[in-house]
Ligand binder design. Structure first.
Ligand SMILES: [Mg+2]
Length: 139
């Protein structure tokens, strides 16, 4: 599965990717416009993203607007070309819950509050039916 991590904070992206690599091939972008572009290119290359992890708070295009535009691109391509709709996890500070409700209305599947707690994200992934490619190493 291809995974796109979108966050304007490089350290957040790195942190998430370190974890999400166990689930698939990860790409990262640092702003919303690049995110929509990456989503569209992947679709057009026939290797769409199966999972988007979207930070909400980003300058210019925020995560909500990215989600809106991604849904538009998906609708424009149609299910036949686009395959299954990507799963979307919104990442945000807990005090931003009103955004979360709106995000669900826009079609996000789950959210994880910041600061990111890996155990929580693992649980969210499991709830979405996404499992690591290989069982996690015991430590
Ligand atoms: Mg941010």
């Amino acid at each position: 599965m291809r995974i796109l991590v979108v966050d304007d904070d490089r350290l957040n992206r790195q942190f998430l990717i370190n974890f999400l690599q166990a689930y698939g091939t990860c790409d990262e972008v640092g702003d919303g416009l690049a995110a929509v572009g990456a989503y569209r290119s992947a679709l057009e290359e026939g290797e769409p993203y199966g999972l988007l992890c979207l930070d909400i708070m980003m300058p210019q295009l925020d995560g909500m607007e990215v989600l809106r535009r991604v849904q538009d691109v998906y609708a424009e391509k149609g299910e036949e070309l686009a395959g299954p709709r990507p799963k979307v996890i919104m990442m945000t500070a807990i005090e931003d819950m009103q955004h979360i409700n709106a995000a669900f209305e826009l079609g996000c599947d789950a959210y994880a509050s910041k600061p990111i707690d890996i155990a929580k994200v693992r649980e969210v992934m499991h709830t979405l039916g996404i499992e690591p490619l290989q069982p996690a190493k015991e430590r």
